[in-house]
Design a protein around this ligand. Structure first.
Ligand code: ATP
Ligand code: MG
Length: 687
């Protein structure tokens, strides 16, 4: 153990000011904003602040800590423990175990809602819909309303849900959302209003909440329902990381919890705001200080501890061209002679080979796979690389892509558990009834209607005569649901699997692989104390690694990280490779609408580049493959370097080509290479 606050000495003066802000361990710290660029130690400072509060006597059970993912929350808690350990010794573990209110906005919201449900007229046994379930429900309602039939150009279920979600999270009227982001839906405003009203009603009837509801009801709880003092009073300190990516609803919750701002600390970087497409608004962080009187204290940090000077210079160069920006350029003492590399390759297959070669060379010279990461704009971009890694037996995990839980068979199993938990959940009900032979949509609807009208839906189900052709499968289903109601956790998962397995062979391909996944699901489930907690937490923050053919590597193994840029937020690696740094990928095709969207894409590139500590490679394939939309079919596009790195920034990079051409030969120019359809293989990758 060291002297009382030795850990403070590792901090620079501004960081230390943020950590010690307010009276020591006191309850009355005025509101604080730490706004600073990437790698300046914001998260580290927040962890030190929490540890310091605890060391000074704050009650960890009365600290609310919100981050953007559960993983980030648990890493933060571990960091707090390591810091506090220096002073508190073994007691630090006990103290940080009591930090039970660390998590995401949605996760914390779900917990509070269950606790206070009855006071706001909500049934506490609600189940939660993930985005896909929500889209399915939107679709069901759309069919019931007849909108999809009247006009084939009616917005898709996904678009409907996105518009709905933006209205809720941005607290904006539908006309405004359509006008700014979905102009092609302008003719449908009236129908969409009607649809959304029906969607809300359906959710209430079925006692399901979607992601947005978790925030919406929480905001209501601390707003109109008058529970602000109760809930706000439970926490002496409320701290939020990555505040630039919160939306209006989230900031209104925060302000309702702590209207005077006492005990409130938020940190973030406006230059890293990358969730506007989900209604996050950078205004939250920029306007934060003026929400209070006197205004919140602002601390800025300008020293970067993460990256070498050359990487930082390139990242600063890219973000320096942004139209608007509050945080200033960073400096570092980490010198390096090597500039980040801008590597031209022929196509995505070469890109994959180049990266694998470099990664293996790095490993040879002592850099673990775990210290390297490959980042990309969108999940499908890593397809060719995944093939190459699998071929070369290099273990990897992928974040932000198709998730384990998205697989059809896992969704079937979860639907069964969810239906047992809440038999009014129609999306789950439809999914299950469709698994039974001889049951079509009309029958499923009749069954679910009967259940919905009954006081006890499961009893009502048992009373429904066996539909023709469903026979024993029907009886087995009814019996399983009845049993699941009373069985113990996690034994009921096995019971559910035993019911489901015989169906697997009939309805899904690759039954063997899927069986292994079901066992893995049971393994995951055994870590949760109850079915409700399992369903809630898995739905809100699913394990984000996808299993590849070789299965998910064990945690103590060395493996490479593949991640979307969005999911790489807040993290760092020694070596970072960025795929497809070309126009059309970055900025992304779909993002090339308004100038605000282009600016967000620029910030994404900045986020990606600032993940690297020692070396950074931006790879530019001269052509890449796109999945065709509509009549265009799949095709190769000839690509050019991203517009975010114009001529005048090129001096900040070292430019190379791979494979290196023998002297005298000219590089094969775009258009002459063989057209290899890597797309066909990519499409087969996902089950
Ligand atoms: P991002 O904007 O990407 O979220 P951040 O501002 O949260 O970055 P951190 O992740 O907290 O930055 O810190 C970046 C790196 O700098 C980490 O490795 C951290 O340990 C290190 N670091 C932060 N402050 C100091 C310090 N005072 N002395 C030494 N290293 C530090
Ligand atoms: Mg951070």
């Amino acid at each position: 153990m060291q002297t009382a606050t030795a850990y403070l000495e590792t901090l620079n003066p501004e960081q230390r000011r943020a950590v010690e802000h307010g009276s020591a361990g006191g309850l009355a710290a005025p509101p604080l904003l730490v706004i600073a660029g990437a790698g300046s130690g914001k998260t580290n400072t927040l962890a030190h602040r929490v540890a310091h509060l605890i060391v000074q006597g704050a009650d960890p059970r009365r600290i609310l800590l919100m981050t953007f993912s559960r993983r980030a929350a648990s890493e933060m808690t571990k960091r707090v423990e390591r810091i506090a350990r220096k002073v508190l010794g073994d007691n630090a573990g006990i103290m940080t175990d009591a930090l039970t209110w660390a998590g995401t906005y949605h996760g914390i919201g779900a917990r509070l809602l269950r606790e206070y449900a009855e006071q706001i007229g909500l049934d506490p046994a609600f189940t939660i819909h993930d985005r896909e379930d929500s889209a399915d429900l939107m679709n069901l309602v759309r069919h019931e309303k007849g909108f999809s039939k009247t006009e084939s150009r009616f917005p898709t279920k996904g678009t409907c849900l996105s518009i709905y979600s933006r209205c809720v999270n941005g607290e904006m009227p539908i006309e405004q959302v359509i006008g700014t982001s979905y102009p092609w839906c302008a003719g449908w405003a009236a129908e969409l209003k009607e649809l959304f009203a029906a969607y809300v009603e359906a959710k209430q009837k079925q006692n399901v909440l979607d992601y947005d509801d978790l925030l919406l009801y929480w905001a209501q709880m601390v707003g109109d329902a008058g529970l602000a003092d109760d809930i706000g009073g439970r926490f002496d300190h409320v701290l939020v990381d990555e505040y630039q990516d919160t939306n209006r609803l989230q900031s209104s919750i925060l302000l309702a919890l702590k209207p005077g701002g006492l005990g409130l600390t938020v940190v973030g970087d406006d230059a890293q705001s990358i969730y506007a497409f989900r209604a996050a608004t950078v205004r939250n962080i920029l306007d934060f200080p003026d929400q209070f009187s006197p205004p919140a204290n602002i601390i800025t940090l300008d020293r970067n501890y993460r990256s070498t000077q050359t990487i930082l210079a390139a990242a600063n160069g890219v973000i320096g061209l942004a139209k608007e920006r509050f945080t200033k350029n960073l400096w570092t003492e980490r010198t390096s002679a090597a500039k980040p590399q801008l590597v031209t390759v022929r196509d995505e297959a070469d890109q994959a080979r180049f990266i694998v070669e470099r990664i293996l060379a790095n490993r040879e010279s002592g850099t673990l796979l775990k210290e390297q990461a490959v980042l990309f704009r969108t999940s499908s971009h890593s397809g060719p690389l995944e093939i190459e890694l699998t071929r070369r037996n290099i273990p990897f995990v992928k974040f932000g892509g198709l998730k384990f839980l998205d697989a059809a068979h896992i969704k079937d199993m979860l639907a069964l558990l969810r239906f047992a938990e809440n038999p009014r959940d129609r999306v789950a009900g439809f999914r299950l009834l469709h698994l039974l032979p001889g049951i079509g949509s009309a029958t499923a609807q009749r069954v679910l209607d009967r259940m919905a009208e009954a006081a006890d839906p499961i009893v009502a189900l048992a009373g429904i005569p066996t539909p023709p052709r469903a026979g024993d499968d029907w009886k087995g289903f009814v019996q399983t649901l009845g049993n699941l109601r009373y069985s113990e956790w996690p034994a009921d998962l096995e019971r559910a699997r035993l019911w489901y397995e015989p169906h697997l062979d009939r309805i899904r391909e690759d039954a063997e692989t899927r069986r292994a996944d079901l066992l893995q699901l049971e393994q995951i489930a055994s870590g949760y104390p109850s079915r409700e907690r399992f369903l809630t937490e898995l739905t809100l923050d699913p394990p984000d690694a996808t299993s590849d053919q070789a299965g998910v590597p064990l945690l103590d193994e060395d493996y490479l990280v593949l991640s979307t840029i969005h999911s790489a937020k807040g993290q760092e690696w020694k070596s970072v490779y960025l795929l497809n740094v070309v126009d059309g990928c970055m900025p992304f095709d779909l993002g090339t609408g308004t100038s605000a969207e282009i600016e967000e894409e620029r910030r994404l590139l900045y986020v990606a580049m600032t993940r690297a500590k020692d070396d950074l490679h931006l790879v530019v394939p001269q052509r890449f493959f796109v999945h065709g939309q509509h009549a265009q079919g799949d095709r190769h596009l000839y690509a050019s370097r991203t517009r975010f790195i114009p001529e005048r920034l090129l001096g900040l990079f070292e430019r190379t080509a791979w494979p290196v051409m023998p002297a005298g030969s000219t590089a094969r120019t775009a258009g002459q290479g063989p057209k290899v359809d890597i797309g066909a293989r990519m499409r087969g990758m996902w089950r």
